[in-house]
Design a protein around this ligand. Structure first.
Ligand SMILES: Nc1ncnc2c1ncn2[C@@H]1O[C@H](COP(=O)(O)OP(=O)(O)OP(=O)(O)O)[C@@H](O)[C@H]1O
Ligand SMILES: [Mg+2]
Length: 395
């Protein structure tokens, strides 16, 4: 088929041609938006799942839903070791600009921008080196004595309250989206949870919507025991067979091309329903198909090409981040699971490698930090990347 018209979109955060199988998540957020705007108590959503299941895409979709209702929105992508103050300031600046369009009192907007600037400039005081002092692009004078104490929790509560009030003026709310939430520094996680808790109690229309790896709920509850009452955890998983079929057939059909049931079946076999793989195998198959309709044979021809591309881009880029000792650890995990996406006992890994568990702690901790593995349960460990074990056994 004509590669120019290829509808599939493998790639981090790439909007898929068909957002299949996410109706439950979308309608849950519909309820959150409605209730929060009315000042009703409501838990916000936190999306969790493995690499490439579509968390970022879903977060983007939730953001669009909020925007369509006239909400102010902003997004943060957390990074390890980076403080939350600047990214949050930038995201809420964005949200205030969304709201300013509908707001009737420019001086109220400016007052909130002044507080936002004060909050942002505190990032410099918090130890940014002189040469990368940061100038938030906000052209009102910074306020004084609000959101600038340096105590993240107090400052977030004050800033959130003011931005939420601005949204309440126009009858909507504010959504702050936090991607890669497991990477938020511990002190910031605790401040963020506390601020959400405080805002929820006052009924202010601001929600934090998170997304992250499967151990994110453990990270949040280790920080604040009440986090389970604050967030509704939604596991974003591989697509069911019927959602997968829609993800494949709808975009192909829109291009006026047909695909045989055998080809759809073969694509499901190859991808396991994991969204990233659905896009990758779909794309390669489209390109490999010489004529309409697309057949199972086209999938068979395309699969090795897609595998090769995934081996470099999706798996390889991650494998390369591991040191030799860490790679040994990963391979032992893969052997124990025989390439399935399952958790293994860390004690089992040590036994397999013929080492004392304590001597493997550095490798394991480093893999956890690099986000290649996660531990959702004490003493057990799993790959964050689906099919990673299978990739290691093949390589
Ligand atoms: N519901 C869906 N149906 C079909 N394809 C999807 C769906 N959701 C996401 N995708 C595709 O899956 C791929 C990965 O999506 P995304 O980057 O959002 O995953 P992620 O969970 O954020 O991954 P990571 O943990 O690596 O950040 C993209 O190519 C996207 O187009
Ligand atoms: Mg993502």
């Amino acid at each position: 088929m004509d590669p120019v018209r290829n509808p599939f979109a493998p790639g981090a955060g790439q909007r898929p041609p068909e957002l299949a199988g996410r109706d439950r998540e979308l309608s849950a957020f519909e309820v959150v938006l409605e209730r929060v705007a009315r000042g009703r108590p409501e838990r916000s959503l936190v999306l969790t799942g493995l690499r490439g299941v579509g968390k970022t895409v879903l977060l983007g979709e939730l953001r669009s839903m909020a925007l369509r209702r006239g909400w102010g929105t902003g997004k943060v992508e957390a990074r390890p070791e980076v403080g939350l103050r600047r990214p949050v300031a930038m995201a809420l600046h964005r949200a205030v600009r969304d709201l300013a369009v509908r707001h009737r009192a420019p001086d109220r907007v400016d007052a909130v921008l002044g507080v936002l600037k004060a909050f942002a400039l505190r990032a410099n005081a918090d130890g940014a080196r002189l040469r990368d002092r940061w100038q938030p692009g906000i052209d009102v004078p910074a306020a004084r004595g609000r959101a600038d104490s340096g105590d993240m929790e107090i400052d977030l509560v004050e800033l959130f309250t003011d931005v939420a009030d601005l949204a309440a003026d126009v009858g909507t709310g504010v959504a702050l989206l936090v991607d890669e939430m497991q990477d938020v520094r511990p002190e910031d996680v605790s401040a963020l949870c506390a601020a959400c808790h405080e805002l929820a109690q006052s009924g202010a229309p601001l929600v934090v919507v998170g997304a992250g790896l499967p151990h994110l709920p453990a990270v949040l509850s280790a920080s604040k025991s009440y986090s389970e009452r604050l967030f509704r955890y939604v596991a974003v998983d591989r697509l069911t067979r019927s959602a997968h079929d829609r993800a494949v057939t709808a975009p192909v059909g829109r291009e006026g091309v047909e695909i045989t049931p055998g080809a759809v079946e073969a694509l499901f076999e190859a991808s396991g329903g994991y969204p990233y793989f659905v896009q990758a195998y779909g794309k390669a198959t489209w390109d490999a198909a010489p004529t309409n309709p697309i057949t199972a044979e086209d999938v068979a021809v395309a699969a090795p090409e897609a595998d090769a591309e995934l081996a470099v881009g999706f798996f390889g880029s991650r494998y390369e981040r591991a040191t030799p000792a860490e790679r040994e650890y990963l391979v032992a995990m893969a052997e124990l699971t025989e390439g399935r996406d399952e958790a293994v006992a860390t004690a089992g890994v040590a036994e397999r490698l013929g080492r004392r568990p304590s001597s493997l702690s550095p490798a394991r901790d480093s893999l956890l930090k690099k986000g290649l593995v996660f531990s959702a349960e004490r003493g057990r460990i799993a790959f964050t990347v689906p099919h990673f074990g299978r990739f290691l056994l093949r390589a």
